[in-house]
Design a protein around this ligand. Structure first.
Ligand SMILES: *Cc1c(COP(=O)(O)O)cnc(C)c1O
Length: 401
């Protein structure tokens, strides 16, 4: 079926290829590396692009293609490309739009590996970057140079959850002929569609909410047909970070429940954030769903809710933060987010360890910042677990004096 105006329907039906041979309800997994041509002429015309059809698994696969078309519908873009990881999508999308001698403007706070890629590997390749506070449009404009080609950001920003007004970024990008790229992993298309605000390319770690079950590493980029074709024929085909058909199938399955999962993630996260905000041993809770958070003003305007992942500051030291985390019983100490299980991690020693200490501080990532991906367990059990570990921390604080 083609696209509905309702996301809930599109997560299940958009881009669906009807199995005419056996009528399978579930999308078949085309676990094949290559595709047989009827004759040499057919092979030749497929390679020339005169006849549509599959050639070789790195250039396209029917199961992966169905996922790409579904994702394009969810992000309201013309097309999408699937990758073997979120970083595969991010690196291929950036490199398709940048070459030696070019410059990009990037957010000062980014997912750790994206920051490492731009600040270290791109530098070696002669691609320079300016890191700016994306909430400051004067700073963004001031960073733009004659050789600037791309503006790259996340909203909300991982892990401080600051939100960026995308319409403002898109306007600056258009006025300066830049390609705007956003990482929409935290919100998923259920909560926010960057294309609505004029952003050119949307990247996702499909490992997170899209798949949602903690059993796949994958990425997706959504954008115009022209951009996606360029990415597919350059940095996807030739760098090769392709998604496996089996992983595409798992994500297709995960997407069927995306809207109900995200709804529950958000309502659980809202209650956990409110509990933490009221706790005397929590200094600050960075959750856009809270009225106290700077991102709250964009709820309703840009995003539907605050999402399921946020960060908070412990009132204490590095050691207190470690003690708190080690005393949790149900919540798992693990990076990643968007899974059924509640996951908790310490950015300074884990996801944001590629940053130098000073860089981390400049990006607002302190030693006592903790990130929580609120899962789908009963919210009372999540709060009870956090409460037990905070009580243990309170006892420790008293004994340490
Ligand atoms: C996890 C994540 C990535 C990287 O995705 P992988 O699938 O692990 O390669 C990129 N951006 C954000 C915001 C993430 O959370």
């Amino acid at each position: 079926m083609t696209r509905s105006t309702h996301l809930e329907t599109n997560t299940i039906h958009a881009g669906k290829v009807r199995d005419r041979q056996f009528g399978a309800l579930s999308t078949p997994i085309y676990q094949t590396s290559t595709f047989i041509f009827d004759d040499v002429a057919q092979g030749a015309s497929r390679f020339q692009g005169e006849e549509s059809g599959f050639i070789y698994g790195r250039l396209g696969n029917p199961t992966v293609r169905e996922l790409e078309q579904r994702m394009a519908s969810l992000e309201k873009t013309e097309d999408a490309a699937a990758f073997g990881s979120g970083m595969g999508a991010i690196s291929a999308t950036l490199l398709a739009n940048l070459k030696n001698g070019d410059h990009l403007v990037a957010s000062a706070a980014l997912y750790g590996c994206t920051y490492a890629l731009i600040n270290h590997k791109f530098k070696d390749m002669g691609i320079e970057a300016s890191f700016v506070d994306m909430t400051d449009s004067a700073a963004i404009k001031a960073a733009i140079q004659p050789n600037t080609k791309v503006i790259y950001f996340e909203s909300p920003i991982n892990p401080n959850l600051e939100c960026i007004d995308m319409a403002v970024i898109a306007k600056i990008a258009k006025a300066n002929n830049l390609v705007s790229i956003v990482d929409n992993t935290f919100m998923s298309p259920v909560l926010q569609n960057p294309a609505d605000f004029g952003i050119d390319l949307i990247v996702h770690s499909a490992t997170k909410y899209l798949n949602g079950h903690g059993d796949v590493i994958a990425g997706i980029t959504c954008g115009s047909s022209e951009q996606i074709e360029n990415i597919k024929f350059t940095t996807l085909k030739d760098m090769g970070a392709v998604m496996s058909p089996n992983d595409a199938w798992l994500i297709i399955r995960g997407l069927k429940t995306l809207s109900v999962r995200v709804e529950r993630h958000c309502s659980n996260a809202q209650q956990v954030a409110e509990y933490l905000e009221a706790h005397p041993l929590i200094r600050e809770v960075n959750y856009p769903g809270l009225k106290s958070h700077s991102g709250h003003q964009l709820i309703g305007k840009q995003m539907k809710a605050g999402g399921g992942t946020f960060a908070f500051e412990i009132e204490g030291s590095f050691d207190d933060a470690v003690h708190f985390m080690n005393n949790l019983e149900m919540c798992s100490i693990a990076v990643s987010l968007g899974d059924a299980e509640t996951l908790i991690q310490h950015p300074a020693s884990m996801t944001h360890s590629p940053y130098e200490k000073e860089e981390r501080e400049a990006a607002g990532i302190s030693e006592t910042l903790i990130r929580l991906s609120v899962g789908l367990e009963h919210v009372e059990d999540i709060i009870q677990d956090l409460d037990g570990a905070l009580n243990s921390m309170a006892t420790r604080l008293k004994s340490v004096g």
